[in-house]
Design a protein around this ligand. Structure first.
Ligand code: THU
Length: 135
């Protein structure tokens, strides 16, 4: 596993958080990740007057991943409006899992954890491939 510069990821997440559009919840969020090719990507939450259609910061992050060349997520962090580590919501863990490198690490409120630890027994592309093989 590569050496991960968590400070650099946190800086990128905080910069993204400053761009948050969260007039309804007033809860800005920024997320950043290290990609398998070494680049750092980020995203912020973007809310909507129709509250339910607001986008989490992780949605923007996975779009940024795909738009900037794809690849796999190696390490991830997420911060709230005070710069404190924020645990990605359940839906966002699923979003991140889709693009996770084997052994992906996340900075969480209870320390560095693997994707497997924060989304055990996940249903993702690897599982779909296994099901297809079993047919
Ligand atoms: N939010 C995120 O952006 N990511 C998460 O993982 C948790 C929640 C956002 C959604 C909403 O704009 C605000 O935080 C309050 O829930």
């Amino acid at each position: 596993m590569v050496d991960i510069d968590w400070d650099a990821l946190r800086v990128a997440a905080n910069e993204a958080m400053q761009k948050s559009y969260s007039p309804y919840s007033k809860f800005p969020v920024g997320a950043a990740a290290l990609v398998s090719d070494g680049r750092i990507i980020s995203g912020c939450n973007v809310e909507n007057a129709s509250y339910g259609v607001g986008l989490c910061a992780e949605c923007a992050l996975v779009s940024a991943l795909h738009m900037s060349g794809g690849g796999e997520l190696v390490a991830f962090t997420c911060v709230d409006g005070h710069g404190n580590i924020l645990m990605p919501c359940g839906r966002c863990r699923q979003l991140l899992n889709e693009f996770s490198a084997e052994g992906m690490l996340l900075e969480t409120v209870s320390g560095i954890k693997t994707m497997d630890e924060v989304l055990p027994d996940a249903f993702g592309p690897r599982q779909l491939a296994e099901y297809a093989q079993a047919d």
